[in-house]
Design a binder for this molecule. Sequence first.
Ligand SMILES: NC(=O)C1=CN([C@@H]2O[C@H](COP(=O)(O)OP(=O)(O)OC[C@H]3O[C@@H](n4cnc5c(N)ncnc54)[C@H](O)[C@@H]3O)[C@@H](O)[C@H]2O)[C@@H](O)CC1
Ligand SMILES: Nc1ncnc2c1ncn2[C@@H]1O[C@H](COP(=O)(O)OP(=O)(O)O)[C@@H](O)[C@H]1O
Ligand SMILES: [K+]
Length: 528
Amino acid sequence: MPTPPDPPIELLTPSEMGRADALTIAGGVPGYALMLKAGQNVADAALDLLRETGGDKIAIFCGPGNNGGDGYVAARFLREAGLQVAVGALGDPRFLRGDAKQAFQDWPGETRAVEEIDLGVADLVIDALFGAGFSRPLEGRALQTVERINAAGNPVLAVDVPSGVDGATGAMGSACVRAKKTVTFFRQKPGHALLPGRAACGDVLLTQIGIESAVLTDIAPKTFLNLPSLWREHLPRLQIEGHKYARGHLLVASGPMTRTGAARLAARAGLRAGAGLVTLVSPTEALAVNAAHLTAIMLRAADSADDWRDLLADRRFSVCVFGPAFGTGRKTVEIAEVLLAAAEEDRPLALVLDADALTAFAPDWEVLAQRIKASAARVVLTPHEGEFSRLFSKKAETAPPVSPSERAPSHESLAQPADFTSKLDRARAAAEAVGAVIVLKGADTVVASPDGRASIAANAPPTLATAGSGDVLAGLIGGLLAQNMPSFEAAACAVWLHGEAGNLFGPGLIAEDLPDLLPKVLAGLARS
Ligand SMILES: NC(=O)C1=CN([C@@H]2O[C@H](COP(=O)(O)OP(=O)(O)OC[C@H]3O[C@@H](n4cnc5c(N)ncnc54)[C@H](O)[C@@H]3O)[C@@H](O)[C@H]2O)[C@@H](O)CC1
Ligand SMILES: Nc1ncnc2c1ncn2[C@@H]1O[C@H](COP(=O)(O)OP(=O)(O)O)[C@@H](O)[C@H]1O
Ligand SMILES: [K+]
């Protein structure tokens, strides 16, 4: 029998995880049974780490909630396994409640105050201070304890999330534990994938504690790790009787004479991603320089919004990447409006608006939103953080519907990257407000759809932070849209392919290298 394809990997916010616990408990599994399994998994991970690093002395820091409860359970298992375990409590453990109280009572050893734990002798530290219940920046004793753990430099195993990291957002307030490994339960959380949380986790070990996947039917999570399992079934499939027009005709808009490279990078990436035909649309003044660099990619001239309108009368043009190095003047807004208006029910068109096409509308994101919502085009916006802040810096005059997610930001705060509002929620709220798929780029690129689905990528290497790499990404999205891949899946797939191409090349990467790595990445994907 053929093996079924891997399912998408859901990411659960701490409150969704709370529902998973609650549904399981309501189904007859005692909460303490879940905690016992969680603590056992932590103990097993600690034993594995000690096999690598050597030693038998463990310091466990237990907080005032159920995360601390996992710590007391792990302490008991590790002591039973013959290790020397020192337990330090943050807060008076006599005030623990519920399962955590039970776990403390079942711990047969001594419990001291966190300050009394000698880190100089510990071979491993277990951080069970705060997990899903972490709710505000650390201060006082909690902050001092985390700073002491980090300063001591022992290998740290974090329980669920490194203390100080918000599992929903990946944000940290004043400080957070820096772990070598993080053991989490049932499903990963957005905070394991979003920065800075991801960097604080070290390796993430996902373990099971007796929660059935069936609870997810009720919870209906909408956030996923950006892995092939999320979009594989929507990958373009070549037909034996296919012709190039069946693979779509992608347009890419070139900037003026001295700014033509970005469009050529996008065009080549679009062609490599599988668009049947790619035409670069160049200002007349830059035709010669573009012509000198193009072979398989075709070339057309267009200078004004009217020229673009005439060009689009040819209905075979099905996708356009617009914005890279185009310039941010009034003409950019006019052409974007022509592109959006050209789509009709019986004239499908998909648009990737990138870079200058976003900045040209800034800060009037509501104008862009109106045009997109009035358009029949499928639209993907690909801002980096700077473009996102510029575009969404203005307060909303009429409050658009608010994102359904846990920490939905008001649209007034769409552009605030540094607080507890997550990149995930900002991208999601923007997608809903604008009516387009948003690709909010960076080392933890979020792709958000107006229908609430979102993905977080964790495969991109920092070598991708090189001039022109975003142009390549825009072209990849265009190439996949040209083959009729749905917008959310096309954007997520392109982000993943982009990351894998970066990984394949390694050090010394420049943007020109990326498109030509695509055949290898696609071949690997087909084999996996
Ligand atoms: N039955 C369950 O629900 C299970 C829970 N599990 C564990 O339980 C954890 C969640 O437990 P809780 O919901 O009790 O939450 P936590 O144990 O993460 O933290 C809650 C406690 O920390 C305090 N707190 C939060 N932020 C603080 C800050 N910045 N400074 C000082 N105090 C702060 C809160 O007031 C509360 O007392 C998970 O992360 C997981 O480790 C696992 O045992 C699996 C089963
Ligand atoms: N530190 C990083 N790690 C991984 N990927 C990164 C990092 N920094 C940037 N990227 C990726 O590189 C690309 C850069 O795009 P962009 O900022 O638009 O650059 P450009 O305008 O030069 O093309 C994006 O896809 C982004 O996600
Ligand atoms: K923790």
